[in-house]
Design a binder for this molecule. Sequence first.
Ligand code: SPV
Ligand code: MG
Length: 276
Amino acid sequence: MKIKDIIKEGKPVIALEAHNGLSALIVENSPFDAIWISSLTDSASKGLPDTELISMDSRLDTVRQIRQVSTKPIIYDGDTGGQVEQFPYWVARLEEAGVDAIIIEDKAFPKRNSLDENASHILEDVDVFSKKISAGKAVAKDVMIIARLESLIAKHNVYEAMSRAEMFLNAGADGIMIHSKESVNAVEVFEFAKMFKEKHPEVPLVCVPTTYNQFTNKELSELGFNIIIHANHLLRASLKAMQETADRLWADQRSKDLDDDIATVKAIFKITGYTS
Ligand code: SPV
Ligand code: MG
């Protein structure tokens, strides 16, 4: 089912991150509605930091790995979308590869990960970003293009975020994502959601509650969010498990005691369809 159709039915879309074919199989076999292809975890799984270093071919390869093993809608993290002139090429290739929605963020290229406390997060000029959205919409057939607001990440206020949202909707955006790294009670995100939904009840609103993760999907949906993205959890789980496994195996000098804590080889056969 397409993301648009789930939202039209009045249901929230709950997405979980995948960064390759195997993690996509985990999401495919779960009740999650959609897959988020995160720039953070796509980069990390290739051993790189999240700062728009990965080529178009490499990112499209991740999309194809995931599309081959899952029929769930894909929400693609398009970073800044590159230059205005480049973005339409991304839109066409990603739509062809089977992506349902593309989210681009209103930061200057090359962006740094939004959760990086030490990075200076510079916002893109509003007119330039609006042009980028319009250029993408001009080639989009059915793929949604969602504008991601980084105002709160860059320490601006909700009014600035709201005025940017209006501009990006005028430019043709099919939805808005508001991002934040607040952790205590995410007051500003919810203030934005209230203001935005009062004005645009029909426009899809997206959140990524990595830092304000005390709220449940149901609570976030009741606060106005239509798409809720759990953006990095499969990669984070595997990173910790891999690190601990390497440490223990070296400490023990054999793998016997790990057997109960790691997946069996049979489990790999099973999930990849090698045995039924
Ligand atoms: C990602 O998952 O790559 C995102 C969300 O863009 S965040 O890491 O919070 O910036
Ligand atoms: Mg990202």
